[in-house]
Ligand binder design. Structure first.
Ligand SMILES: Cc1ncc(COP(=O)(O)O)c(C=O)c1O
Length: 365
């Protein structure tokens, strides 16, 4: 057998939320709801869908390599010059480009202990050393992360809001952290859930982009824009960093449908507002239900919520599956007594709470 690179021994395949079709096949269920992958339960913008259908006539042509039309649209939308954007096949790919371009074997990359798993995986693939820092009540401990930085550190990931806990770090705390970082350490602020944040105490990172040349901000069309399947994410950083990332980028990484759909999605404020309004409604409903049941949860600024079901979270997960509800058990993410549930539609949320109450009544917990 041909031996893979030695780094691969430490790398595990990504474990996604169970697909609806898989559970239907396994249990012969006709009605299954998935509240496991933080997708948008309201679908995607009709304007984006129309634009993608229209673009179908061009799919025999390769897409443009740097997605300039999308770059111009985002430049207007965010008031940032177009040379600061890098586009990826989802923000997943930008995480990969960053580690590929910047992390040498043996260099350290600091991240929270329970955060988005792709940081660790991509660092390992490059032969880098992930340095994970314990959290404080599901929130990044920036003081401890600062203390973990040394001369071997190349990059730091701050997921804000954090997946899977949904928490954010305070504005001043993050600014102090950015100030304290040596300029030769890259700071990646992953803001995949940026649009959902409902706090004044949150750093508007775009406003400090020029102050911190080592800053890269990541955002995506997969969440609030509901385009998880077409794969479009972006980074915002210095033009020099963009130029470095472009060198190693797959030429046609963001397909034509994704580019056209993303441009149209930016123009659909109605869909965005609708999603945010309904998500807030769902969040308040779930939080109230958890409180009624005496269950604690991390304060979330996203479209998911992590709740502590105390005993037997793995059994609760199994029982929910039998009732046709897919969520994420916390034991895979370092919080064995917790579940991460994506905030669904009103009907899905009610169904989930009913099922959770059933399980708890059965188990007398
Ligand atoms: C924090 C975070 N970053 C990045 C991603 C990747 O998103 P995408 O590649 O779909 O843009 C996700 C997806 O769940 C995420 O939760």
């Amino acid at each position: 057998m041909v031996k893979p690179r030695k780094q691969m021994a430490e790398v595990a395949m990504y474990s996604p939320g169970k697909p609806v079709e898989e559970l239907q096949r396994e249990l012969g269920l006709s009605h299954v709801i998935k509240m496991a992958s933080n997708e948008n339960p309201y679908g995607s913008s009709p304007k984006a869908r129309d634009a993608m259908v229209e673009e179908m006539k061009n799919i025999h042509y390769y897409p443009e390599v740097t997605a300039p039309v999308l770059g111009d649209a985002l430049s207007t939308y965010l008031n940032v010059t177009p040379d600061r954007f890098i586009f990826g096949n989802g923000s997943d790919e930008i995480i990969r480009m960053l580690t590929r371009t910047y992390v040498n074997p043996g260099e350290e990359v600091v991240m929270a202990e329970v955060t988005f798993p792709r940081y660790r995986t991509n660092v390992l693939i490059e032969g880098g050393v992930p340095v994970t820092v314990p959290m404080k009540q599901g929130t990044h401990d920036l003081e401890a992360m600062k203390a973990a930085i040394n001369e071997r550190t190349k990059m730091v990931f701050v997921c804000n809001p954090n997946n899977p806990t949904g928490t954010i770090v305070g504005e001043q705390e993050l600014l102090d952290f950015l100030e304290a970082l040596p300029p030769e350490v890259m700071i990646v602020l992953d803001e995949a859930y940026y649009e959902y944040v409902h706090s004044d105490d949150y750093l508007e990172s775009l406003h400090v982009l020029d102050r911190f040349p080592n800053l890269v901000i990541l955002r995506t069309f997969s969440k609030v824009y509901g385009m998880a399947s077409v794969r479009a994410g972006y980074g915002i950083t210095q033009p020099e960093v963009v130029q470095e990332l472009l060198k190693g980028k797959e030429p046609f990484n963001v397909n034509r449908l994704a580019q056209a759909g993303a441009v149209a999605a930016l123009g659909d404020h109605e869909f965005l507002e609708h999603t945010l309004e309904k998500n807030k409604e769902g969040r308040l409903y779930l939080e109230a239900a958890f409180q009624r049941m005496g269950l604690s949860f991390f304060p979330t600024h996203t479209n998911f919520i992590m709740v502590d079901v105390k005993k037997g979270a793995a059994a609760v997960h199994q029982s929910l599956l039998k009732q046709g509800i897919i969520i994420r058990p916390g034991h895979m993410m370092g919080y064995p007594s917790m579940l991460r549930v994506t905030i669904g539609t009103t009907e899905e949320n009610e169904h989930f709470i009913q099922a959770l109450e059933n399980v708890r009544n059965e188990a007398h917990v």
